[in-house]
Design a protein around this ligand. Structure first.
Ligand code: TXA
Ligand code: MG
Length: 321
C-alpha cells in the first residue's frame, strides 16, 4: 500500500467513510483515526498500533452539540471544563451511552471524549456523520508523533493516508480527567497544566500512577520511549562527566552545557518557556533516537505547570524495558 501525505479533506473523508483508517493532525499529537461505529476500522487501529484490546480509545467529536450522542450524566464540573477548554487538549472520561461500541471503550462503562483544536481535523469531523476514535499514531509504547514525517516513519506502506496538518502546536497528549462522585480526577498529565484546570474547578486529585498493569489504562510505566537508552537526571554535566567515547544526545530546558565533541545537544526553549519546550519535546526525542547514539540524557524540568507533564513523559521514557 502506498501512503500519501496530503491536506485533501475530501480524500480523507472518502477513506474514512469506506471503513479504512488514516492519521489525523491534532494540536497535541497525530492520531490514528477511524469511524467509532465501524468494527473493522477500530480493529485496524488496534492491530496497526499493536495495542492490547483492553486499552480504550479516545473519541473525537466536532462540537459540544455532539456530546450527548455518546455520553450521559455530565457532571457540572465536566461541563465547566468543557466550556473552558474545548476545542482543546482536554479529554473527559464520562459515562457512555450504549450506542458507543464496547470495542472502542474496551468494555468500560465510560468513554474518553474530546474536541481537538486543529482546523483541518475539525473540518474533517464536521464532514463526517460519525465521530473518530483516535489513539496517538505510534506503535504501542513508542514516542507519539508530532509531525507527518514521524507518522510516515512508523507506518509508511501500512496506512493509506496521513492528513497533513503540519507540526502539532502543543506537542504532548491531552490532559485526561475522569470523575468520581462528580469530582474531577486527573488520570494523565498533559497539554493543559494542572494549575489551569484548578482555576476552573478548584483543587483536583491526580491519579497518574505508573503501573505495569494498568487499572486506568495508558498509565503503563514504560511508554513514550525512544529505542536508545534514555536517562532523566538533575544535572546532565555531572551525569556524563566521566563518560568516555560514548555518543550522547542531550535534551535541555533552556541552556546548553559545556561543549564536548561526542555530545549532541538540543535546547528546547532558549527563552525558558515551558509551552515552547513542551511543543518541541517529542520531536527532539525522535531526532536524537534516529542518530544512532549510545544514550540520551534529559534534564529534569521545573516541577510546575507543563514542567510536570514533561517530567511525567520523560520518567516513562526512561523506565527500563
Ligand atoms: O492528545 C491526545 O489525547 C491524543 C490525540 C490523538 O487526541 N490521543 C491519545 O490517545 O493520546 P491514546 O490512545 O494514545 O491515549 C488515550 C489514553 C489511553 O491511555 C487510554 O487508556 C485512556 O486514554 N482511556 C481511554 N478511554 C478511557 C476510559 N474510558 N477510562 C480510562 N482511561 C481511558
Ligand atoms: Mg498514546
Amino acid at each position: 500500500m502506498q501512503t500519501i501525505i496530503s491536506k485533501d479533506i475530501e480524500v480523507a473523508t472518502q477513506i474514512l467513510e469506506r471503513g479504512d483508517i488514516i492519521a489525523i493532525p491534532t494540536e497535541t499529537v497525530y492520531g490514528l483515526a477511524g469511524n467509532i461505529f465501524d468494527d473493522g476500522a477500530i480493529r485496524k487501529i488496534f492491530a496497526l498500533k499493536q495495542r492490547p484490546l483492553f486499552n480504550p480509545l479516545i473519541v473525537h467529536i466536532p462540537s459540544i452539540n455532539n456530546l450527548n450522542d455518546i455520553v450521559e450524566d455530565v457532571p457540572i464540573k465536566a461541563n465547566k471544563l468543557a466550556d473552558a477548554f474545548w476545542p482543546g487538549p482536554l479529554t473527559l472520561i464520562l459515562k457512555k451511552k450504549s450506542a458507543v461500541p464496547d470495542l472502542v471503550t474496551a468494555g468500560k462503562p465510560t468513554v474518553a471524549v474530546r474536541i481537538p483544536n486543529h482546523p483541518l481535523t475539525l473540518q474533517l469531523l464536521e464532514n463526517l456523520n460519525f465521530p473518530l476514535a483516535a489513539p496517538s499514531a505510534n506503535p504501542f509504547g513508542s514516542i507519539s508523533p508530532t509531525t507527518p514525517s514521524h507518522v510516515f516513519g512508523y507506518f509508511s506502506g501500512k496506512l493509506p493516508m496521513v492528513l497533513d496538518g503540519g507540526n502539532c502546536e502543543r506537542g504532548i497528549e491531552s490532559t485526561i480527567i475522569g470523575f468520581e462522585n462528580d469530582e474531577p480526577i486527573v488520570y494523565r498529565l498533559g497539554s493543559i497544566a494542572l494549575e489551569e484546570i484548578e482555576v476552573v474547578v478548584g483543587p483536583v486529585k491526580v491519579r497518574n500512577k505508573k503501573e505495569s498493569t494498568p487499572t486506568a489504562p495508558g498509565m503503563l510505566s514504560r511508554h513514550y520511549a525512544p529505542n536508545t537508552p534514555t536517562h532523566l537526571v538533575e544535572d546532565v554535566s555531572d551525569f556524563i562527566a566521566h563518560m568516555v567515547g560514548e555518543k550522547i544526545g542531550v535534551v535541555l530546558f533552556k541552556e546548553k552545557i559545556k561543549e564536548g565533541h561526542h555530545i549532541h545537544q538540543i535546547v528546547l526553549s532558549d527563552a525558558g518557556n515551558l509551552e515552547e519546550a513542551t511543543s518541541r519535546l517529542y520531536a527532539a526525542l525522535h531526532y536524537l533516537d534516529g542518530m544512532d547514539l549510545d544514550l540520551i540524557v534529559a534534564e529534569k524540568f521545573p516541577d510546575e505547570g507543563l514542567g510536570k507533564s514533561i517530567n511525567d513523559r520523560l520518567e516513562r521514557a526512561t523506565k527500563q524495558k
